[in-house]
Design a protein around this ligand. Structure first.
Ligand SMILES: *[C@@H]1O[C@H](CO)[C@@H](O)[C@H](O)[C@H]1NC(C)=O
Ligand SMILES: *[C@@H]1O[C@H](CO)[C@@H](O)[C@H](O)[C@H]1NC(C)=O
Ligand SMILES: *[C@@H]1O[C@H](CO)[C@@H](O)[C@H](O)[C@H]1NC(C)=O
Length: 285
């Protein structure tokens, strides 16, 4: 008899669970029914609508991640000898860019990667080492941005087609594309912050810009690692570091920044980034 009471209460709890499941199932079925009537099949209308998963079939799946604290790790040479690896790995989510490696740099940049924001131009770099990125690091989420000519989904977008093949070969890997609407939103954000039309001013948005916008979408707070401030390079005593921590012996960071300025390309990136970060709960190290 002694064991009866817990059994009943657990059974009652079980029925509550049943009820919840049945209710949500009917809502889901009703929802799918309504969605189908509208001509679209929607599996789950949750997540961030600016990022849509690259999959086969006609279902639409949005990026559904939320993190309390994010580490946004830049690819700058400032990361070398920073010794921030352990601190980075302790935050909820770790965001990196393009093909920035962790192997061999764990002490400075950490070893976890929750999500990578990847430029269309860096997709071939991931494919060069696809075993590492899509098999060994299969739990990393990939978010790819690119212009319409490369990312269009009508069969003419070269990079999109490549990503579709990757999605077929590694079905468990989650690869998302930044939607055209989100890219247009980023252009408007750029214009609002700089007063300049991105295309008229000949600038390209950087992967860093898209990464910051995504981090603002998915993180409650963002800890930025290794990004310099806009006046850093004009200080006479600044230290020369490689543009990327994993490409030593190439052009140093500040020289790259000056080249971009002269080319009138990406020249307003730092001001833009600074102005945008200032509005959010972002901390630099
Ligand atoms: C692939 O990436 C891993 C991790 O960065 C690296 O250790 C390995 O050497 C790379 N392999 C090739 C073929 O580039
Ligand atoms: C840009 O500024 C306009 C006018 O202040 C505002 O309505 C709009 O929401 C802003 N857009 C973005 C993407 O920040
Ligand atoms: C350079 O000098 C300024 C003061 O003139 C100081 O605030 C800054 O920390 C120095 N930077 C480095 C990298 O030593």
């Amino acid at each position: 008899m002694k064991s009866l009471t817990p059994w009943i209460s657990s059974q009652r709890r079980f029925c509550w669970v049943c009820l919840v499941i049945i209710t949500s199932l009917s809502v889901l079925i009703w929802y799918n029914h309504v969605a189908r009537l509208g001509g679209v099949t929607v599996t789950a209308n949750v997540g961030l609508h600016g990022y849509v998963r690259i999959t086969f079939g006609n279902t639409e799946e949005f990026l559904n991640i939320h993190c309390k604290q994010c580490a946004l790790v830049s690819s700058s040479g400032q990361m070398l000898k920073a010794g921030k690896g352990e601190e980075i790995d302790h935050l909820d989510c770790v965001i990196r860019m393009n093909n920035a490696p962790t192997v061999g740099y764990e002490h400075d940049v950490g070893s976890r990667t929750s999500l990578r924001v990847v430029s269309h131009t860096s997709v071939p770099l991931l494919l060069k080492n696809e075993t590492y990125y899509f098999r060994q690091s299969a739990d990393t989420v990939y978010v790819v941005w690119g212009p319409e000519r490369n990312m269009r989904q009508d069969g003419k977008g070269q990079i999109f087609n490549v990503l579709l093949k990757v999605a077929r070969k590694y079905p468990s890997v989650k690869i998302y594309a930044v939607t055209r609407e989100k890219i247009q939103y980023c252009d408007r954000l750029f214009q609002n912050e700089t007063g300049k039309n991105r295309m008229q001013s000949g600038a390209f948005l950087s992967t860093g810009f898209f990464t910051m916008v995504l981090a603002m979408d998915m993180c409650d707070s963002i800890q930025v690692y290794g990004m310099i401030t806009d006046d850093y390079c004009s200080q006479a005593n600044h230290t020369a570091v490689p543009y990327h921590y994993y490409e030593r012996g190439r052009m140093d960071e500040c020289r790259m920044y000056h080249v971009h300025e002269r080319a009138r390309r990406g020249g307003h990136r730092f001001i833009t980034e600074k102005a945008i970060y200032a509005r959010f709960q972002v901390q630099y190290f």
